[in-house]
Design a protein around this ligand. Sequence first.
Ligand SMILES: Nc1ncnc2c1ncn2[C@@H]1O[C@H](COP(=O)(O)OP(=O)(O)O)[C@@H](O)[C@H]1O
Ligand SMILES: CC(=O)N[C@@H](CCC(=O)OP(=O)(O)O)C(=O)O
Length: 241
Amino acid sequence: MIVIKIGGNMVKNLTPAFFQSIKQLQAQGEQILIVHGGGNLISACGNFVGQPATKINGIRVTDKQMMSITDNVLTQIIQPELHKQFAAHGIQSHMMNASDYPFLFADYVDQAKYGEVGQIKRVKANYIDVMTGQSVGLCASIATGPDGQKLNVNADMAAEAIASIVHADQLVLLTDVPGVMLDNQVLDQLNRDTANQLFEDEKLINGMVPKVKAAFQALDNGIPEVSITNDIIKVGTTIVL
Ligand SMILES: Nc1ncnc2c1ncn2[C@@H]1O[C@H](COP(=O)(O)OP(=O)(O)O)[C@@H](O)[C@H]1O
Ligand SMILES: CC(=O)N[C@@H](CCC(=O)OP(=O)(O)O)C(=O)O
């Protein structure tokens, strides 16, 4: 299985070549699971109702109202939009989210600090397997918490956790930049020492922080290929130990 995380900024920028690649991968027998974000639209909706975003290291502080906005944006806007785009390119997809069927289970990350934010600990792997058998699985980054409540999960961390639990062959973090950048150049490879230095020097900030952390976590959990890119055909930055 290949897990591809699509950031909110990329949802409207997927190219015909992207969909062509998905078809080719499916023809080669790969199961495809798309984990999508939508952080930009969640922030815009928050602003609209007078609740500007508060993020700590790229993770949204989420109270109950923001959780409800997040749920609506991801499951009612972003996911159907992706479903429509896949259909328009002749690819069947299944919408998967915690509202329709609980299959991602999370614990709180730190309720005092982040509120209703979770980290995925368990998944219904057979459900994912079935949903990606004949079609592409589209998965929102919302999980079911310890008491059945919904928890907001950073989509990079969600993609990593799911990929790790199902032992995916590859994790691609698709975003709006061609890879991890330093002085306007894409780094072909990024190892942990360099990443730590970039964090320290504040050259790797905001949404790139959870993305890079998730990428190393995926490698630690045995996923053989992990990359950050804006184009599934071009590798962008390969994460190495
Ligand atoms: N060193 C870096 N290289 C590339 N992007 C970076 C870096 N540091 C911070 N960023 C920011 O991270 C953003 C990608 O994270 P994010 O906005 O959360 O995307 P997504 O919605 O795809 O998860 C880039 O658009 C860029 O503004
Ligand atoms: C807890 C947390 O930060 N959740 C994220 C979930 C969406 C997301 O990660 O979207 P992108 O991939 O587009 O950034 C959020 O609320 O923005």
